[in-house]
Design a protein around this ligand. Structure first.
Ligand code: ADP
Ligand code: MG
Length: 693
């Protein structure tokens, strides 16, 4: 039979499954035998050794075999309590079940039982066991001991059914072929795949379980790392890269024109970037730094460097408003140096004439630096000589867009990615595994910390009185809300929308003060106009959704109020508050929430106590998982089935090192083709698409 076995077979052909149970398994995303094999236990119960009744210690969970007698039921405080005595050849002990009256029809005096339960002192001061579960044994039956897997399941599908199905699958499955190279198994001290795949379900002891888990977690992380390294290796083909010359007059002139001296971290990062650009290998570098840490300044220098080499630079911003802001800053500083800066935004490309004109200027190299939004990666944009691509707030673009822009040029341009969302180490090793990482931790001098306070909704009136006083003293303020308009959905009905809050504030406490409403559903033109008026100080209070999240720079805005703060992620709140504290005035961020949940309160308290973006991001990632953190579609990484990037950080690092060595050795290419099939089997198109040929 075994030659017919295919892991891709429908799960209904596993003995003990059939079409009806297969439908239930489908609800757990189990469709094939392979899916069932990879349906790993979420926990294990230790049923591996029997305790003799005379050895029972209070507080322990014990596994007992004995005969019961003296079964009695009584009512107390509205509960049915069943008591019985269990006896083995060493001693006897009282058993106590609460509120399980139906057991009276099952339990019979003289029965042999296998029981798992916790030993406790009962109200009478005697030792007693509360059984969690029991099995009735035949007079001569040997109890089945071992570690019992507990599977993620649904109520319709019992643990017993799952266990039996997996047991049958394993019994019918021929030995799995090893997929990891033998040297790696040896070097990492890993057990073979077949052994691990079986042991993870039915381990004989906890040591064996640990070895199986480590092997499978390593494999999972190793495959992903190989994929990422593969991407990196492809782009690092020396023939395709550009080697820039050492920094010269134009870069130096720009440095002199900057109205400030670079911070130590900025210098360090620009040195690393320069070195990458001068190398023949295409640069793939990620700059991480908190909002306002000066990443854009470094990016500008890198762009000037590429221009100095007779090439063009592209700077991709996540929003129109930001693109315009960068454009204005860049032009002001660079035009005097003879560098031609262009803006390619939706506004510019709306009319056919202006669109064709700028496309032409880009293609004819009449522009040196082009700043834009995703319009930059649209069809039709063809650079004459693209030397460097900078993407700001990269995680909003996604891996696919990153590579589209790369393909816009015959040689592979250098690439710099900037992000203000602090990315925890676990993520830089996975999602961004194909990039080198630089950090800017030091803030430019003179920045004042932002005072952050979490307030209950009852304190809202006071909060807005404070905001009003700040505005009357000449400052400006933001109010951020999670929703644009009122939602009728049950979950969201209690949330006041930006529209409602705007009405309430502008007609109430802020009457007579210029207020504006800004949200993502507005026409780009209207948004720009509103933003301009706020930047120019005409508008004093801006009520908005998170459209203001990224990058806008209004130094006079010193207060931010965030409504329903519990609805935002910590990293996002931290980003938002980075909009204030950019000027001379003392700045405030006030988080309003009416959530009674402790976890919500705790989260907001973390924000009060730290301004360390990395710490906040780690917390966020722990609380919400990578999918939430990056947005499911964007993070581009498949869900991990067994590895946990927090708990298994050491395995992750080992897997990464091993993958790096493995992939850089050309002798392994054939082997890698084989691994790619495994990636396809495990993750379908999601990941294998990225690393296809
Ligand atoms: P980021 O891109 O990291 O958000 P920016 O480069 O936009 O940060 O810098 C934020 C603000 O700080 C800008 O107004 C910029 O002019 C200013 N800035 C940047 N670097 C320095 C520095 N070394 N010293 C003083 N101000 C700086
Ligand atoms: Mg920025």
């Amino acid at each position: 039979m075994s030659f017919e076995f295919q892991l891709t077979d429908n799960v209904m052909y596993v003995k003990g499954v059939g079409p009806k149970r297969a439908a239930l398994l489908g609800k757990l995303n189990i469709f094939t035998k392979y899916d069932l094999l990879k349906h790993y236990p979420r926990a294990y119960e230790n049923h591996s050794s029997l305790t003799k009744i005379e050895d029972i210690i209070a507080g322990e969970t014990v596994l007992l075999v004995g005969r019961i007698f003296d079964i009695k039921a009584r009512e107390a405080r509205g509960l049915t309590i069943i008591n019985a005595i269990l006896e083995d050849d060493t001693d006897c002990i009282r058993l106590t079940w609460f509120n399980q009256k139906y057991l009276l029809t099952k339990l019979k005096n003289g029965m042999r039982l296998l029981i798992i339960g916790k030993a406790k002192y009962d109200s009478r001061g005697g030792l007693s066991v509360n059984p969690q579960s029991f099995t009735i044994l035949e007079p001569n039956e040997e109890p089945e001991l071992g570690i019992t897997p507990i599977y993620p399941s649904t109520t319709a599908l019992s643990q017993q059914v799952l266990r039996t199905a997996i047991k049958n699958l394993l019994a019918s499955m021929p030995p799995l072929k090893e997929i990891l190279p033998q040297e790696i198994l040896d070097a990492q001290n890993l057990i073979p795949l077949d052994e691990a795949a079986r042991t993870i379900h039915f381990p004989k002891d906890f040591m064996a379980l640990d070895a199986a888990r480590r092997r499978l977690a390593f494999e999972e992380l190793f495959l992903i790392q190989c994929g990422l390294m593969w991407i990196k290796k492809q782009t690092q083909d020396e023939r395709l890269g550009i080697s820039h010359k050492k920094n010269s007059a134009l870069v130096k002139a720009t440095l002199e024109k900057l109205p400030f001296e670079l911070t130590g971290d900025q210098k360090k990062v620009f040195r690393a970037v320069s070195k990458d650009m001068e190398s023949k290998l295409p640069m793939r570098r990620l700059i991480q730094g908190d909002v306002g840490s000066g990443k854009t300044a470094v990016a500008m220098l890198a762009l000037v460097k590429t221009v100095e080499n007779g090439l063009q630079g592209a700077f991709m911003a996540p929003t129109e408003i930001l693109a315009v802001q960068h454009y204005e800053k860049f032009s002001k500083l660079l035009n005097g140096l003879g560098i031609r800066v262009g803006l390619l935004s939706a506004k510019v490309t709306r009319s056919k004439k202006s669109r064709e004109e700028i496309y032409h200027q880009i293609a004819a190299q009449e522009l040196d630096i082009v700043i834009g939004t995703h319009a930059l990666i649209q069809e039709g944009v063809q650079f004459a000589r693209l030397g460097l691509v900078v993407t700001d707030e990269q995680h909003r673009f996604g891996v696919a867009q990153r590579s589209t822009l790369e393909k816009k040029s015959e040689v592979v341009p250098d690439m710099l990615v900037m992000t203000a969302t602090p990315i925890p180490r676990t993520m830089t090793l996975t999602v961004y595994g194909d990039l080198d990482v630089s950090l800017i931790k030091e803030l430019p001098p003179g920045r004042k910390p932002i005072k952050t306070e979490a307030k209950n909704i009852r304190g809202r009136k006071k909060v807005y009185e404070f905001v009003r006083a700040e505005i009357l003293a000449g400052r400006q303020a933001y109010v951020v809300c999670p929703l644009i308009e009122h939602s009728e959905s049950e979950q969201l009905a209690d949330i006041e929308s930006a529209e409602e809050i705007f009405e309430m504030l502008s007609a109430g406490i802020f009457k007579g003060i210029p207020c504006a409403l800004l949200h993502g559903k507005m026409k780009p033109r209207d948004k720009d106009e509103i933003m301009e008026k706020f930047r120019d100080g005409e508008t004093k209070l801006l009520v908005s959704t998170t459209v203001i999240e990224v990058g806008v720079d209004v130094p006079n805005a010193s207060v931010m109020v965030i409504e329903h703060a519990e609805r935002f992620g910590l990293a996002q709140l931290h980003q938002l508050r980075g909009r204030v504290g950019r000027g001379a005035a003392k700045s405030y961020c006030i988080l309003i929430s009416d959530s009674k949940a402790d976890i919500a309160k705790e989260r907001l308290e973390i924000l009060e106590s730290t301004s360390d973006g990395f710490k906040l991001a780690e917390e966020d990632l722990k609380l919400r998982g990578p999918g939430q953190f990056f947005g499911e579609a964007q993070h581009g990484l498949p869900d991990l089935k067994i590895a946990d990037v927090f708990r298994d950080l050491d395995i992750l690092i080992q897997a990464r090192d091993a993958a790096e060595k493995f992939i850089t050795d050309d002798n392994n290419l054939a082997y890698f083709a084989n691994l790619r099939q495994n990636l396809a089997l495990a993750y379908g198109d999601k990941f294998s698409q990225i690393i296809a040929n």
